[in-house]
Every structure is written in C-alpha cells, then in structure tokens.
Design a protein around this ligand. Sequence first.
Ligand code: DLL
Length: 438
Amino acid sequence: MVDRRVNIWEPDAECMDREELELFQFERLQATLNRAYKNVAFYKRRFHDLGFDPEDFDDLEMLAELPFTTIHDLMDSYPYDMFAVPLKEVVRIQTSSVSARKPIVIGYTRSDLHIWRHLAARILVAGGVREDDVVQNSFAYGLFTGGLGLHYGAELIGASVIPTSTGRTHQQVRIMEDYRTTVLLSTPSYALVLADELEKQGRNAKRLNLRYALLAGEPWTEEMRAQIEERLKVVATDNYGLSEVMGPGVAGECLERAGMHVAEGHFIAEVVDPKSGERVPPGEVGELVLTTLTREAVPLIRYRTGDLTSLITEPCPCGRTLNRISRIAGRANDTVVVRGINVFPDQVSHLLQEIGGAEPPFMLVVSREQNRDVLTLIIEVTESLFSDKMSHQTALVEEIRNRFSLLIGLNPIVKLVERGTVGESGDEAKRVLDKRFS
Ligand code: DLL
C-alpha cells in the first residue's frame, strides 16, 4: 500500500483526529481571546461593549456570537493599532496588497515566523515539493507576503530555491530551462505569461524539468488550470492565503486537487451568508471568515475575508483530516438572493469569461412575476461573443444558460443586447437590478 503520509509535512497536525483538533482549537482560541482583550484596545472596547469576558468563553460554538472584524477596522488601525505585542517583539513587517490609501500593516513575532515557515512547507509538500526539487519562486518578494512566505517554507523542506521574484520574464524562462527548475511558484496569470514567453523564445515545454506548479494569490478557473498544465507540462495546485491573517499557507490543495485544506490548528474557518452573517452549511457558498489561533503579533477574531467559498467536510483520500475550502468563487459584494439561492455577480463574471475569453458587460435583473422570482441575465454582445450568425447566438445563449444552471442552480432568461446598453463592465453597482423591492 502507498504510504500517503510521506507527502505530508506535519502528519500529526494534518491528520489529527477531529475531536482532538477541536479541543486544540478551543484552547488556542481561549488564549487568543484573552490576549486580544488584554493587549489590543480595539478588542478590549469591542468585548467591553458586548459585555463579553473572554474568561467566560467555554464552548467553541460561542465564537459564532462574537462580532466580525472587517478590513475597515484594520484600515482604521493603521499602522500598528491592531498589534498585540510591543514593536520590540516584532521581527518582520509586511503589508497587504489591498488597494487602499493606507495599506494593512502586518507584524510577525519570532513564533509567528516559525509557524508561517511550517505552514508554507505544508502546502508546498501537499503540492508535490520534495527536498530534491529546484523551486523557482516567481512570487513578488518585498512587502507582499507571497515571495518571502513561500521562500522560507521551501528552504525548510530543503529544496533549492531560486528567488526570481516577478518580472524579467525573458530571463525567468531561461533560468527555468538552464537551472532545471522542477517546481514553479507563481500566480496563475503569471504562469500563463511564462508559457507565452516560452513559446515566443521557441522553447519546448517538454524539454523543461517542470513537474509541479503551485499557483496562488488570485482568482482563476479550472479552464486556466487545464491550460497551464497542458502548456507547461505540470500538475497545478490551487493555494489560498491573505496577508491580513498571515500570507500563503492558510490553505492549499493536496494532489487530489479537490479543495484546499485549511490549516485548522492555526485558523478557524467559518463560511457565512454575506448578508445575514449567519453560518451556512458545508457545501454552500458564502463568505470566508477566519479567526487566528496562534498569531502573536496581530491576532484577528472573525475576520471577514470578502472571499466566497464553501466548506468541504468530507474526508479526503490524501489522509489529511483538515477540512477544505472550495476554489474561491468571487468576492462577497453585490449578492442577490433568487429563490433562496445566493447569486454572486463575480460567479457570473467568471462564467462569462470562461465562455467568451473576456468579460462582456452584463446585468442580472431580478423581478417577481406571479409570485415567482424571475432572473434575467442581460449580456452585451462584444467582439469575443459576437457572431452575426443567428444559429451561433442561439447556441451561445443555450451554453450560457446550461452552465449557469450547473454552477448556480438557477435557469435564467438570457438576453443578448447591443453594445452600450448595459453600461461599463466592472461597475459593480450596475451588475444587479433587483426589481422585487421597487
Ligand atoms: O495574495 C497572499 C498569498 C500570496 C497567498 C501568495 C498565496 C500565495 P494578499 O495580497 O493579501 O495576499 O491578497 C489576498 O487574494 O483575500 C483573495 O481575494 C485573493 N486570493 C489569494 N489566494 C487566492 C486563490 C496574498 N487561490 C487576497 N484564489 C485574498 C482566489 C485568491 N483568490
């Protein structure tokens, strides 16, 4: 029998009995709540207003009653107000790439860095990395957490790390071939840029030594995965993280590639309805909310990531007992509920991109006719979706409707309209028109 555990960096933690894991989470959460209360003015105020004393926290389920922390809370704490330790205990400072005038400043203590290194090693090993690999790290080094975060994880495993960072694509491709890179770490879009450059330079991907690509940091699709795997001759895994709670290492796919295992000993993952804030059952899409369990410098309680995903609680054949999250399905912003189903414009946008190559301007219109919700998807005919052949358009409408139904579980009326009818693409305020309340 294959011993799958050789592919697991910390088998004791990653394959822990779930009851034991919950006990672990409870103890660590209690300590986190106490530290946050004592050392972060923001949480002291919050808990005080709520009449909540962390000493009374005696059940993991009580977490669902605590208020959320939002990106606005972090922005208001610029630069150091969320820190739970004095600066002399902080040994690294990074920032979040969230586009805001004031970035989110994140500190790490020695212990935070030690844990981060191991959590990065976990996702790397899960994605196929071994000590004899040559790892080309094409994530940006610097304030962004991707480069340094994965760098130290790969070194910890004992791999040979080439810290190429982003850019100089021409040189990266030469390095990839000459240095016999076996693993690529990059964003999915950069992996495709590298594939283009390979072709441009007339290099054949078959001559490379690449085996795995660990991709992360931005939304992507299964279609992109197929393309990257085909063009670079790799097995590609999806990895999730965000600076606010640490960086890469929060969750990552194993080689089963069926969802990203969350490092649950270090983060509690909840998925909530973005509107009501109530937890949704496993399998249902909602907003990911993360609570840190071991972070010393910046503990975060119920942080709303704004990322849409669902929890996968079924056991994974890899042997890890850690729950998984599904591919990030978009951002929780202008959601609309139709017949009890949450529809996220970002999901629709991804779907249309997959079909047409680029996102055409579209609008979701919800109306109520004879007491039934009716959903209409209005799409502007663009270059990539344009064809003057009537038969082609009929087939296109059919394809959009079928895929919509498969992905979201609703059958919309699909209408193609002339250019300029819907308005600017990406103008989120205009992507949903809910006539039921007007
Ligand atoms: O992107 C951290 C990171 C770097 C993770 C490298 C993994 C590898 P931020 O700049 O704070 O941090 O951006 C985090 O990126 O809230 C998601 O919206 C998005 N994101 C990250 N990973 C994925 C993914 C790093 N696999 C924000 N799929 C998150 C979709 C992702 N979106």
